[in-house]
Every structure is written in structure tokens, then in C-alpha cells.
Design a protein around this ligand. Structure first.
Ligand code: PLP
Length: 399
């Protein structure tokens, strides 16, 4: 028997499968709405102006070894400001265990590992639905998983009553994961009022909220508005965990820049938690590459460049919002039996279409429109040149 004969191929990531099928398709009308990455109105990936500026500013400095730690702490400081807003003093107070991470994925994984080390019996409650990799991350970290109800497939809105029931019925002191904005894959976020209720209930139940913020800015177009849920929880005096990714909002996917912060009761706890996180990182990738971190911390710490970035985020978010409006209007003009209201009710990068597996199959085979098997469409792939074609395809498969 061969050494690796007992190894079977791991299941394919559904999103990577969609991209492969798209690339193999030779039809000129093909549209890829699988991957959650921003595209401009020509369907091209973008390099933000703020990135170009920061890149010219740092030119070469990232090669200085002595720079790495400094750049890492700057990134944590600026990321915490971005997420915590006026509560960012908690970092200066020494209560935040913060670490730069390999984008949002490793921020989640670091937290999952921390959970396993110190709360080995406690499950993570994940929203139903959630980003598919959340299941894998907590599974590989050997943390048991539970789910809480979130999305209501009939109304295509938040099932708030069921969510609150599940929060209530979880054992006191449970870990819950929330997407603070632009929920992936459903595009459905709680309202401000609902976040306040969730926060109040968390107080009563002594639950621990972990926020995975991969799309800050994409829901409302305003980075501060999108961080509101986190700030509500901080206002209410919760301890929180927060994963941040700059993959989407700085269009830096390949550079893997992110941050994990864990708010603790006091300095002593924060020092201990940070040292544990550093140890976990040390045995997996030691330190993240410094170039991307330098770009992000340069942008965040220079007020003018930060303003430019805020504007560029707004432009991206607004383009997607406009495409939602155009797609819905075009579908409504075509006049099929289905309601398309959810296209504009949902926010962020994704529209959770509600299409059946048969309809999705037809979309791919007959129209060469690629979406993930759960019916998620990345609105970032829609533009003025393909929106009519897309509307027609959606109309044909649902009428
Ligand atoms: N969290 C959510 C909800 C996501 O959708 C993603 C990416 O799709 C991530 C985290 C992690 O992305 P990255 O590791 O590229 O920052």
C-alpha cells in the first residue's frame, strides 16, 4: 500500500468550483457572480487610488526588518480605531488584545483556537446561513458548532423573533458569531433597534459576541455607520471579539491584511490573551508578510489618504446599490410572477436570490451566469453592460 493511499480528496470549496466552471466556459456572454470581490463597471478588478499612493509612500521601507513590529502595532491601533470608533481608547487603556492577522480568515481561526484552548467545551453559535468557511474554521479548530436562526427564506428577511429565541435558549455564557454588516451570504442585517435588543439580551444571558467584519463600508457606504453594531455592544459594556479584513474594502484580497482584537476586563487579561494569540500565530505562520500591513497602516494613519479611502469605499458601495436598483427595475418591467423586492432590501456585496437548485442549474447551462449553489449572487459582478442580460436570464428561469 502506498504511503498516502488512504487520503481521499477533500471536498471542493463551492466558491472555487464556481470560478473554475466560469473560466472553462467559452460563451462570450458569461457572467461570474460567484466570487465576492469588487469589480468596476467594466467588470475589471480595481486598484484603489489610496493603495497606489500608499505604495509609492512606503517604497522599500517594508524591507527593513526593524519595521515589522512597529508596522504591526500601528495596524492594530488603526484597525481598532476603525472598528471601535470613540471606544478605541480601550486599546490605550490596555484592555484590548490585538494582533495583525492574515486577513479575516486567520483572524477567525486565531479566535477559534483561543476558544478551544480556554473554553474547550463551549460551542460557537453560527448564524443560519453564514459564510461557508466559518463551519470549516471552527471545525478544524475542534470547537463544537451550533447554529442560531437568522434568515427567513419566505420573507427573505431577518427572522428576528427566532434569532432572539435562540439567543435566549442558548446556555448562559455562550459564544455567538455575528456579521456586523453586509451579511454573507444573505445581505440581511439587523436594524439598529434590533442590534440594541440583541445587545440587551446578551447582557442578561452573559453571552460573548464575536464580530466577523469582512465588509465594513459595503452595507451603507460609510465605514462608521457599518461599525455601529460593534459600538452599540461596546457602549453597553460587553467584552467582544472582532475580526477585521481589508480584503474587500481596500480590494487587497491577495495581500491578506486583517486584525483580530479581543476586548478584556483589564490589562492583565489582555496581556495574557495577546501572548496566547501570539503563540498560536507563531506555530502556524509566525508573522504575516509586512507589505500589505504597511499599505493599510499608511492609509489609516494619514488623515488625507484615509479620507480618500472613505470616498473610494463609498463609490464602490454606491455602484453596487445602483446595480441593485437597475436589476430590480429591469426585472419588474419584464413582469414575471416573482417579487424582486429583496434585491434592493438586501445590502452589501451579495443578493441571496432565493432561486431553486433547478433555476440555478438553468442559469448556468442556458445563460452562462455563474452563482454559488446556495443562490448567492455577488452584485459586485453586475454592471451596466450585463445587467439587462442578467435580468433577462433571471426572468426566463423564474417565469
Ligand atoms: N468573513 C466573511 C463573512 C467573509 O465573507 C470572508 C470572505 O469572503 C472572510 C471572513 C474572510 O476573507 P479574507 O480572509 O479574504 O479576509
Amino acid at each position: 500500500l502506498g504511503w498516502w493511499d488512504h487520503v481521499k480528496p477533500a471536498p471542493k470549496d463551492p466558491i472555487i468550483g464556481v470560478t473554475e466552471a466560469f473560466l472553462a466556459d467559452t460563451n462570450p456572454n458569461k457572467i461570474n457572480l460567484g466570487v465576492g470581490a469588487y469589480r468596476d463597471n467594466e467588470g475589471k478588478p480595481v486598484v484603489l487610488q489610496c493603495i497606489r499612493y500608499a505604495d509609492s509612500k512606503i517604497a522599500g521601507c517594508e524591507f527593513l526588518e526593524s519595521n515589522a513590529t512597529e508596522v504591526g502595532s500601528k495596524l492594530v491601533e488603526e484597525s481598532v480605531k476603525l472598528a471601535y470608533g470613540k471606544h478605541a481608547h480601550l486599546l490605550k487603556d490596555g484592555r484590548v488584545a490585538g494582533l495583525q492577522a492574515l486577513s479575516g480568515t486567520s483572524a477567525c481561526r486565531l479566535f477559534a483556537e483561543l476558544q478551544r484552548r480556554f473554553y474547550p467545551e463551549s460551542p460557537i453559535y453560527l448564524p443560519d446561513f453564514t459564510w461557508s468557511n466559518h463551519h470549516n474554521i471552527w471545525r478544524d479548530a475542534q470547537v463544537p458548532e451550533r447554529s442560531f436562526r437568522y434568515y427567513h427564506p419566505i420573507s427573505k428577511r431577518l427572522n428576528f423573533a427566532a434569532l432572539m429565541d435562540d439567543v435566549e435558549n442558548a446556555p448562559d455564557g455562550s459564544f455567538f458569531l455575528f456579521h456586523p454588516c453586509a451579511h454573507n451570504p444573505t445581505g440581511v442585517d439587523p436594524t439598529e433597534e434590533q442590534w440594541r435588543e440583541i445587545s440587551n439580551k446578551f447582557k442578561v444571558k452573559n453571552h460573548f459576541p464575536f464580530f466577523d467584519m469582512a465588509y465594513q463600508g459595503f452595507a451603507s457606504g460609510d465605514l462608521d455607520v457599518d461599525a455601529l453594531p460593534i459600538r452599540i455592544f461596546l457602549e453597553d459594556g460587553h467584552l467582544i471579539g472582532c475580526a477585521q479584513s481589508f480584503a474587500k474594502n481596500m480590494v487587497l484580497h491577495g495581500h491578506r491584511v486583517g486584525c483580530l482584537s479581543v476586548l478584556c476586563d483589564d490589562v492583565k487579561q489582555a496581556v495574557a490573551v495577546k501572548s496566547q494569540l501570539q503563540q498560536i500565530a507563531r506555530t502556524t505562520y509566525s508573522n504575516p508578510p509586512v507589505h500589505g500591513i504597511s499599505l493599510v497602516s499608511t492609509i489609516l494613519s494619514d488623515p488625507q489618504t484615509k479620507v480618500l479611502w472613505f470616498k473610494e469605499v463609498k463609490v464602490m458601495a454606491n455602484r453596487i446599490k445602483q446595480m441593485r436598483i437597475t436589476l430590480r427595475e429591469t426585472l419588474e418591467k419584464l413582469g414575471g410572477p416573482v417579487s424582486w423586492e429583496h434585491i434592493t432590501n438586501q445590502v452589501g456585496m451579495f443578493c441571496f436570490s432565493g432561486l431553486t437548485p433547478d433555476e440555478i442549474d438553468r442559469l448556468v447551462r442556458e445563460f452562462h451566469v455563474y452563482i454559488t449553489p446556495d443562490g448567492r449572487m455577488s452584485m459586485a459582478g453586475v454592471n451596466t453592460s450585463n445587467v439587462n442580460y442578467l435580468a433577462n436570464a433571471l426572468h426566463e428561469v423564474t417565469r
